[in-house]
Write a protein that binds this ligand. Structure first.
Ligand code: AMP
Length: 278
């Protein structure tokens, strides 16, 4: 199958209209700078869907004023090649005016309890922007399945709520976090890290591993687990280290299969996120 590059809404709708009725469409929304984490989402879709659409769009509305929107890594040719090699049917790479033709448009807000803590607290308006773009992408591609990484845990949980609250039919498929051999979660922003910073960054997966091991041994008290992780994160600029339920509420004890440990830390100028689904 030859991968098609589509850059307008109309072409995407025409493409969809041209598909056989029994097609199963999978959407993988990304901001590009594709790595093996994105590739794993594509592979997941390739197993389930007859057509995989990968969107590549650095979404301006989810970046704060002092964030890295303009310097976010972009390489459409390289990304397109990765998609081609992995059997993607369509790369949808619109420009910002295609997705946001009007300055003043309907806004969306995440639920109050889960949208304004953690990432939502530190990056004001971030999830408003994520919801806006994801809803637009879902409407344009009307996929049967949409794939999101567990790496961005809060985003995944809020998008699940978007589907529930707006009665969309798309099924959200969570995909496990992919890591480099040294344990660092893959991220498009890892390229910003110097060699020394990368070593520092490894404290994050190590801290999560400590939590996992302790839980495995039967420790369920979150205050104790957090203390264990803190030791590993010494001297790192930690923005949050928390253990929550799936509504992002703090919890005193781990409840198996419905708890997450979340870490955000800055290494040099680079913000890194990681988490552990417990
Ligand atoms: P991004 O391009 O950073 O917006 O990410 C696009 C999608 O890829 C999101 O659903 C992310 O959660 C997912 N993703 C990013 N990094 C990873 C990773 N290391 N493992 C699995 N999924 C990831």
């Amino acid at each position: 199958m030859k991968t098609i590059l589509i850059q307008t809404k109309k072409e995407l709708i025409d493409y969809k209209d041209s598909l056989p009725k029994d097609s199963i469409i999978g959407l993988v929304p990304t901001m590009g700078a594709l790595h093996n984490g994105h590739k794993s989402l594509i592979e997941c879709s390739r197993k389930k869907d007859t057509q995989t659409i990968v969107s590549i769009f650095v979404n301006p509305t989810q970046f704060g004023e002092n964030e890295d929107f303009s310097k976010y890594p972009r390489d459409l040719n390289k990304d397109f090649k990765l998609c081609e090699e992995n059997g993607v049917a369509v790369v949808f790479a619109p420009n910002p005016t295609e997705m946001y033709p009007k300055d003043d448009e309907i806004s969306l807000r995440p639920p109050k309890n889960m949208g304004y803590t953690h990432e939502g607290f530190i990056r004001e308006g971030h999830f408003d922007g994520v919801l806006r773009i994801v809803l637009k992408l879902l409407h344009l591609s009307t996929p049967h399945h949409a794939y999101f990484g567990e790496k961005d845990a809060q985003q995944l949980l809020i998008i699940k709520r978007l589907i529930q609250d707006t009665f969309l039919k798309t099924k959200i498929i969570p995909c496990p976090t992919q890591r480099d051999i040294d344990g660092l979660a893959l991220s498009s922003r890892n390229i910003y890290l110097s060699k020394e910073e990368r070593l520092e960054a490894l404290k994050i997966p190590t801290a999560l591993k400590k939590i996992a091991e302790a839980v495995q041994k039967g420790e369920l008290k979150t205050s104790i687990l957090i203390e264990l992780a803190k030791i590993e994160l010494e001297n790192l600029n930690v923005e949050y280290l928390d253990i929550c339920d799936h509504d992002l509420n703090p919890i005193a004890y781990i409840q198996k299969n419905s708890s997450i440990a979340l870490i955000a830390a800055k290494v040099g100028k680079t913000r890194l996120l990681d988490n552990l689904w417990l």
